[in-house]
Design a protein around this ligand. Structure first.
Ligand SMILES: [Zn+2]
Length: 308
């Protein structure tokens, strides 16, 4: 299984409110191969995503979708799943249920389907499930959507740019007649993955990045305890993700006073050693004191329920 398909499997486990399920369904169908009264279809290599598209369509629009699979011999025997509308009238029903006339000259995102703030993440999750992919962290940090239409690609890019809590700068480029909306950089990709509901994938990515950086560090300082770097990378990744969660929930300023400066420091320096973190605090704190406070930060984040 690739990192991208593991990520999609994780996303397919997200459960949401009705408004968000409709928004996700819209994201999945709009970014498929065809979205018009003549036919709705999308193709994916994720069986979970195909099933989810069919279920969400039935629930949100009342339309029946068919799921068919073919094995792609040329690509090592992997399966490809196509979800499409069945019979006359079903595609039209979906298009109208999602507020499109079917007569638009070019497709744009109909923001009316993203009823509440919560629906934005669900919509982007749907789009990612249909036309997105993410590079395995060992090979780089890039997440992209392949979109068939320019206006849709530009709308998607602005929607991502407008998510204030993330502060992302997506780019759009052309590839083989399609438009690619992409994000680069480990921080950006992992923040986005967390936002759309894949915190485990985000965590895996951060861990690989920290491991890489710490290995470089080890090469510079020969006396570093090499055996511990894996543990250190994992702990540091966990801390950063926890503090970001606290920030997303708007609880940074509500944290206990003694934890605030350390949380801010860890956010700025995700890879700094505990000893160095302690020295940057005023008054300075011992390595074990820093460790203890970081544990309390993790516990604090754990107690916050909101996921996005
Ligand atoms: Zn919602």
């Amino acid at each position: 299984m690739s990192f991208a398909s593991d990520t999609k499997t994780e996303l397919c486990k997200v459960t949401d409110r009705f408004c968000c399920r409709k928004a996700e369904c819209y994201g999945m169908l709009l970014f498929g191969r065809s979205f018009s009264p003549a036919g709705i279809s999308l193709t994916t290599e994720s069986q979970g995503a195909a099933r989810r598209a069919a279920e969400l369509s039935a629930e949100a629009t009342g339309a029946i979708m068919d799921v068919a699979s073919v094995q792609l011999r040329r690509r090592g025997g992997i399966f490809s799943y196509t979800v499409s509308s069945v019979g006359s009238g079903q595609a039209e029903k979906v298009v109208h249920a999602l507020g499109h006339t079917g007569k638009e000259i070019s497709l744009h995102i109909n923001l009316a389907n993203l009823e509440n703030e919560c629906c934005h993440a669900a919509f982007l999750r749907g789009a990612f499930l249909t036309c997105g992919t993410v590079t395995a962290p060992e090979s780089g940090y890039r997440l992209e959507f392949t979109v068939p239409y320019m206006n849709l690609a530009n709308d998607l890019s602005s929607l991502i740019r407008d998510i204030l809590v993330l502060d992302l700068e997506p780019h759009v480029s052309r590839r083989k007649g399609a438009f690619v909306v992409y994000l680069k950089g480990s921080e950006h990709v992992s923040d986005f993955l967390t936002y759309i509901g894949a915190p485990e994938a985000a965590m895996a990515l951060m861990q690989v990045r920290m491991l890489k950086n710490l290995r470089n560090e080890v090469n510079r300082k020969t006396n570093f305890e090499a055996a511990n770097i894996e543990k250190t990378a994992s702990a540091a990744a966990q801390e950063s993700i926890a503090i970001k969660k606290i920030r997303r929930c708007g609880k940074l300023s509500a944290m206990p006073k003694d934890l605030k400066p350390l949380a801010a420091l860890r956010l700025r320096y995700p890879e700094m050693s505990l000893r160095d973190l302690g020295q940057h605090l005023s008054p300075p704190l011992s390595r074990s004191g820093v460790h203890h406070r970081l544990q309390r930060i993790l516990e604090y984040a754990e107690k916050l329920k909101v996921e996005k």
